[in-house]
Design a protein around this ligand. Structure first.
Ligand code: NAD
Length: 353
């Protein structure tokens, strides 16, 4: 056994109704001019956050969009500077948190996150930025939120379809953490528990979207997935999701439900221990369980459904395979092309009998 366990500096506050503690959490960190960022659709939630901050709030920016386009990031940073911000609160999904991270990275102010989806971005030091159709990601401690407030009550309004694809994103984090080259005994336990919790909670959330227990369980699973994402290196699945997301402008979360069963089927033969752990967590053959779960939940299961065609697959396959992702089964561009072809329009070869 050989591993390196990393520190986890984020303070995590979890529980129904705990959004109301945001003011105290900000006060603990001491900033006096906090900018609140969110997506246009979550503006009311941003205003609620501002209400909890009182005189410490310098303004609400509701401009965040998916994949952190460079111009949105730069104008958010400029606005935060104009406002004299010395802290940032991101309220919403990965898009809002992505803008918060851009501000934290460029201005050095501390970031607090109040996630309302299952993206896991709130737990990581990973930033993203999209310029000319290419998404770049990197790690920087300045973007890791100092505090994360998880309040499952904020997630009950997340539409079922978005909940499913966003939880698919979380499941992808858990799965890739299981086979990551830098997985540790702790991250493996977390990842397996995360996958178990998510697969258990998702059908309950779909049946009763406002069920507080199901929403809490799903958010708990997403937190564990994000915690693993923060300390392990993601492999082929995430490389592909980012390459397709940036290159074809696909919705990030939907690409996960499409790709994950394919990547799992291709990878597991090379990682028997991760395969066994995932099989125990999911209660069956992993690729088949995932495929059936997403299909039953009505989530996208083909790239065609997301609006993709194969005209740029060769370029994208090259981009995904080179340099090689940190993946236990190293893919060639031809392997990736074949995987994309399987994921495009037909999942017949994936379909459980
Ligand atoms: P999102 O943040 O774009 O949210 C999806 C939609 O749901 C938005 O319109 C949003 O306004 C709305 N929404 C959010 N919460 C809601 C709620 N509770 N009720 C109703 N509507 C709600 O989607 P996402 O999947 O959370 O995030 C995707 C982005 O996050 C991508 O850009 C992705 O690359 C990034 N991401 C980054 C990391 C990282 O570690 N840096 C990890 C995962 C994802």
């Amino acid at each position: 056994m050989r591993f390196t366990e990393l520190p986890r500096p984020t303070r995590v506050v979890f529980g129904a109704g705990r959004f109301a503690e945001l003011g105290e959490e900000v006060a603990r960190l001491a900033p006096r001019r906090v900018v609140v960022v969110t997506t246009p659709g979550r503006r009311a939630l941003g205003e609620r956050a501002a209400g909890f901050l009182g005189s410490r709030c310098a303004g609400v920016l509701a401009d965040a969009v998916e994949h952190v386009p460079a111009e949105v990031a730069d104008s958010g940073v400029a606005r935060a500077r104009e406002l004299g911000a010395d802290g940032c609160v991101a309220v919403g999904g990965g898009s809002a948190i992505g803008l918060g991270k851009a501000i934290a990275r460029d201005t050095g102010v501390p970031l607090l996150a109040v996630p309302t989806t299952y993206s896991g971005s709130e737990m990581t030091p990973v930033w993203g930025r999209t310029e000319d159709g290419v998404k770049t990601t990197g790690r920087d401690e300045r973007v890791r939120p100092a505090v994360v407030v998880y309040d499952p009550e904020l997630t009950t309004s997340l539409p079922v379809a978005v909940s499913v694809t966003s939880a698919g994103n979380a499941l992808a984090h858990a799965v890739e953490a299981l086979w990551a080259p830098d997985a540790t005994p702790v991250t493996r336990l977390e990842a397996a528990e995360s996958a178990r919790a998510i697969v258990d909670a998702l059908p309950r959330v779909r049946a009763t979207p406002e069920d507080p227990a199901a929403r809490a369980d799903l958010l708990y699973g997403a937190w564990l997935a994000g915690a693993g994402l923060a300390v392990t290196t993601m492999g082929l699945h995430h490389r592909l999701a980012h390459v397709l997301g940036g290159g074809l402008d696909l919705p990030h979360a939907g690409t996960h439900t499409v790709l994950l069963p394919h990547v799992v089927a291709w990878t597991l033969p090379a990682v028997p221990e991760a395969a066994a752990a995932l099989e125990r967590a999911l209660g069956g053959e992993p690729a088949a369980v995932l495929h059936r779960l997403f299909a039953d939940l009505g989530a996208p299961t083909t790239l065609a459904e997301l609006g993709a065609d194969d005209s740029r697959f060769d370029v994208l396959a090259e981009r995904a395979a080179s340099p090689p992702p940190a993946h236990p089964r190293v893919p060639t561009a031809a392997d990736v092309r074949a995987l994309l072809d399987r994921a495009l329009g037909s999942d017949v070869r994936m379909a459980p009998s």
